[in-house]
Write a protein that binds this ligand. Sequence first.
Ligand SMILES: Cc1cc2nc3c(=O)[nH]c(=O)nc-3n(C[C@H](O)[C@H](O)[C@H](O)COP(=O)(O)OP(=O)(O)OC[C@H]3O[C@@H](n4cnc5c(N)ncnc54)[C@H](O)[C@@H]3O)c2cc1C
Length: 708
Amino acid sequence: MNQDGSSNQPPALLQTLPGDDVRQIMWRFAERFDYQMVVQSARAVARGPVARAVAKGARNTHEWTEDKAALLTEFDVAGITAASIDPEFGGFLEGPKNFVLGLLAFELAWVDAGSGTSSMANTLALAPIHERGTPEQKQKYMSASVPPQPGEDRKIWRGAFALTESIPYVGVDTGVLSGRVRVTEWRDGEEPLLHVDKRGRFITNMGSANFVTAAVDSGDPRIKGSCMIILEETDPGTWDRGIPTKKLAHQLSSTRDPVFSLQVPASRIIGGYTVKDGVIIPNYSHADVIEAVFTRTRATPAIMTSAKLLSAVEPVIRYHRRRFRGAAGITEGTPRFDMGLQQKEDALHRLLDVWAAGEAGASLGFETSRLLDTYDAIEKAKAQVLAQQGIAGGRAELKALRAREKDAAEYVALAYKRSPTAEESARLAALDADAVVKFIVTESLSSVLIPSAKLWNTGHGVNMMREAVSMMGGYGITEDCPGFLGTKWIDGQLEATYEGPEVVQRRQLSVTMSRPIFLQQFQQWIAHLREVARAHPTLGAGTLASAMELWFWSREHLSSAKDAHGRDLYSNQRHGVTYPLADALAWLVATYHLVLDVIELKQKGPENAALAEGIDGLVSFYSDLTHIHCATAAGEATRICAELVFGYRAEPEAPGSVPGADAFSDVAPFVALRTKVDASLAGSKLAKDRAAESLAHVMIPEVLDYPV
Ligand SMILES: Cc1cc2nc3c(=O)[nH]c(=O)nc-3n(C[C@H](O)[C@H](O)[C@H](O)COP(=O)(O)OP(=O)(O)OC[C@H]3O[C@@H](n4cnc5c(N)ncnc54)[C@H](O)[C@@H]3O)c2cc1C
């Protein structure tokens, strides 16, 4: 041991690539054997039939082929189809399904996200019914979507979700709908018959769907507002699956532009309706239903993109190590033969950036889906309490919730207290038992985590996927590229697009990130990171905490500052300010959750017998990876903040001159915080060197994990 406490011992290296034991600890499902079984069966399908279909060229056509359809049957047999369905309707997993569906999407997207999307789109089609359907609707469509059991003679039903329309391009804006529902026949005392006209655009699963959950607006004075409605392929009228989309991504799923003109009973309105003065009033507007659906489903595409980045690690290492083998004069045992491009820092460092982005995205995505798993029960409990108080309906409920925000902020602050007094503990317990407070906290957190995951994992993920592709040189953009990296790159762009492209996520974040309750939460995260930095100095947590302080200061400053023309900087319409600030936040949020997962690994890893042998190297590698990522995230977030804080000030009179110190006195705290971030980067590149050493030595299997 040296005088400064450091050791001369070389750091332990990562021995093998992380396996299931590591993931189970980090993503907190080491105790869930049922989930582990589902992961195994999904993996067998992904790395078997799905990989073979891709290698065979199934992606080379946009038609819905037998090979692609056969994969759906593989999903049925492996239990993937029924995994989203509650046991009362024939499923096999108790409880909420967000997290387990994330695991399934991860496994499938590891090989091909298009296959994952077919499975996800089926769940998306059922989601409006799951979230807002009547008991009869749930019973009918959920039970029909479970694969037939041995001895059962019935066809399985598959669904599609149709929001977007061809007006004139697509449009995920829920405020713009051309699809119409009208009353076609309504006899006294009988159920009304409706006529639905809807032209869908880019509808996934349309090649195989037997039913569609479609968003439509009223085209009749006897129907109020909009709704979602269930269409079946045998309904009278036109059920035209439409032409296949000539897409460049996710070719293993079906996407078409269907045309529907169908007659359906009014009981197909999702969530039912009431009749008042001869007018049909749907219990839920299409926007109500879609909000509930997207709240729960947007984390899944985010997880898919992260899976791709992590899946790229092994093929890139293999390629780099073997790069020169076979050339004349490069003999076995020489560094060029053994290490190939991994003799160069660049090959090692860039791959670490890809890896870290994948880990951070997965950490955020899975935390989001774990949080969503708590959502239903908390939402129901809140609704019950409010109903008991006679509070019902949108506006009254909103008012009641707003009145409790202060208590919710207090709850967040108390929940993070290390040594609370007896009085504080009692107060915390009381608030913890308060359904309304619990809901406000969960809702405010999920309203930041969901768009952050969808925005950052997919947007930054695609950029990093390009990096992975480039590391394979020309091979990267061939169909033969091991790990299908080239196709994963373009597939990732689709994950960034559907269920709402980037702008939708930024718009949501720009509102939710400024709620006092979230800002309270954010400050607790900073305090927590400071504690982490003391206990685990090699994680880079101090850098992240400093970057978060700077973001917090910038948001406060921008919220009241004006630009050189006297216009407000932080306003709803000023996307040039609020959207980049949302981007900066997403970097920080993703990285914070990586820190949490690595602490979990540090704590629980040594208790796991299967990890015993390589635990030191594993933990030190993950610590270094986190340190690297904290530095990158801090750099990105603080750069964005600096541009916003300084970029709207007047230019100095003399071109190229630097304004005097006085001109910046109001932003002196920013300058101090930024210097603190920069200084905290000490050691981050050393961490990268150490992690690179691990990458250069880590053992990889003889063959790729899904040979084809
Ligand atoms: C293969 C595929 C499968 C799909 N599957 C389905 C499905 O099953 N069901 C379904 O309903 N839909 C589906 N979609 C549609 C998908 O949800 C939309 O394509 C997606 O949400 C993006 O909307 P858009 O294409 O209209 O892009 P646009 O909304 O036109 O976006 C174009 C660009 O403009 C930005 N932008 C959009 N609005 C604004 C604004 N107000 N201010 C500033 N910038 C803005 C966007 O961020 C984006 O960068 C699918 C799409 C594809 C490609």
